[in-house]
Design a protein around this ligand. Sequence first.
Ligand SMILES: NC(=O)c1ccc[n+]([C@@H]2O[C@H](COP(=O)([O-])OP(=O)(O)OC[C@H]3O[C@@H](n4cnc5c(N)ncnc54)[C@H](O)[C@@H]3O)[C@@H](O)[C@H]2O)c1
Length: 133
Amino acid sequence: MFTSPTRRKFFFQAGAAGLGLWAGSRRAQAEPPSEAVRIGMIGVGNQGTSNLKAFIKNVVAVCDVDSTRLATAKKLVETIGGKSCDAFGDFRRMLDRKDIDAVVVTTPDHWHALPTVLACQADKDVTARSRLA
Ligand SMILES: NC(=O)c1ccc[n+]([C@@H]2O[C@H](COP(=O)([O-])OP(=O)(O)OC[C@H]3O[C@@H](n4cnc5c(N)ncnc54)[C@H](O)[C@@H]3O)[C@@H](O)[C@H]2O)c1
């Protein structure tokens, strides 16, 4: 069963399939909301939706240039995650949000670099999913 990682205990580690992240320590049910890691998902296609489901309790925002996929991801978080979820067509607007701690980049390979660099500059923890990493 997935439980939310805490801010202090949160870390990413590479998975066997190169997923690139997994929330480490999990004991957030006893933690106040301010301690929960808040995640934004950039790219919610095939792999992005898979990643989204893994982190759904911590996802507070989703981003995709495809409005249909964006709406589906937002609905998924709000239905399964049980809380409101902001939706962005431009990942830069997501990165403007100071309350987002980490982002997961699951765009196509050629769109990994820019969101990753800008997310780091915005002081987010970041991981990008690739078949190569
Ligand atoms: N499909 C797989 O089996 C698989 C396995 C391992 C890793 N990966 C990796 O995962 C990544 C994504 O693959 P996928 O199969 O999910 O692709 P996908 O095309 O299904 O999803 C990518 C999503 O990113 C969105 N997108 C594109 N540019 C964007 C941008 N600038 N801002 C926001 N959203 C943007 C697209 O609209 C799409 O919804 C790739 O790097 C791929 O190599 C895929």
